[in-house]
Design a protein around this ligand. Structure first.
Ligand code: PLP
Length: 230
């Protein structure tokens, strides 16, 4: 079941990338496995999927310790500073950096783990009060700060668009994040590539791909609805 869903999502990514004149291989499909059992993750792994996203540190660490070591684990949820140490040794990409204080903690824990940790800045493009992330206005200064750190590597930007009836409504949100990324890269002094755009979820990833997403985070469309009651 999950593997058929994965294939269907891959096909849609391909179709919408081609429609926009993009190379489908430039779009990473991140399977968002939060709350979902390890058996589902194993099934997808057998089908070739290697990138998985989780929101909760404890769940992420448990799954990482049981599952194949070549899985790339992405932290996509809000990250508390006192939890960074648990994921620093293995996390592939942190999508949710939204303050200098958090960047400082990642810097410290990455140094301890002897790594350089790739990160994205989470941008609250639509200005929703319920969401984390910096404002588009704050973003350049945080980007400059992260670039000054030696064990944290800024790779790009992430946003979660609002829940809407019609995914077309989120097209301006995705377009805005892409423009922010273009502007930041124009200002870059030492040619550092911050070209990852993590945007698009189950309900709107097709529009996000058309607007330049390089990483879609898809949970429900692959795993089915989540049950938070357990
Ligand atoms: C849960 C989650 C997703 C996946 O959402 P779906 O609508 O199930 O695809 C993507 N990004 C973030 C940040 C999430 O928390």
């Amino acid at each position: 079941m999950v593997t058929e869903n994965l294939e269907a999502v891959r096909r849609e990514i391909r179709a919408h990338a081609e429609k926009a004149g993009r190379n489908p291989d430039d779009v990473l499909l991140l399977a968002v496995s939060k709350t979902k059992p390890e058996s589902d993750i194993r099934a997808l792994y057998e089908a070739g999927q290697r990138d998985f996203g989780e929101n909760y540190v404890q769940e992420l660490c448990e799954k990482q310790s049981h599952l194949p070591k070549d899985i790339r684990w992405h932290m996509i949820g809000h990250l508390q500073r006192n939890k960074v140490k648990y994921i620093a040794p293995f996390v592939a990409l942190i999508h949710s950096v939204d303050s200098r204080a958090l960047a400082d903690t990642i810097e410290k824990e990455a140094a301890k783990a002897g790594r350089i940790i790739p990160v994205l800045i989470e941008v609250n493009v639509a200005g929703e009060t319920t969401k984390f992330g910096v404002t588009p206005e704050e973003e350049p200064s945080l980007a400059g700060y992260i670039r000054s750190l030696s064990h944290v590597q800024l790779r790009g930007f992430m946003t979660s668009a609002p829940i809407v009836q019609d995914p077309e409504e989120n097209r301006p949100v995705f377009r805005r994040l892409r423009q922010l990324s273009v502007d930041i890269n124009r200002q870059s002094i030492n040619n550092e590539k911050t070209d990852v755009l993590s945007m698009g979820m189950s309900d709107d990833f097709t529009v996000a791909v058309e607007e330049g997403s390089t990483c879609v985070r898809v949970g429900t469309r692959i795993f089915g609805a989540r049950d938070y009651s357990r």
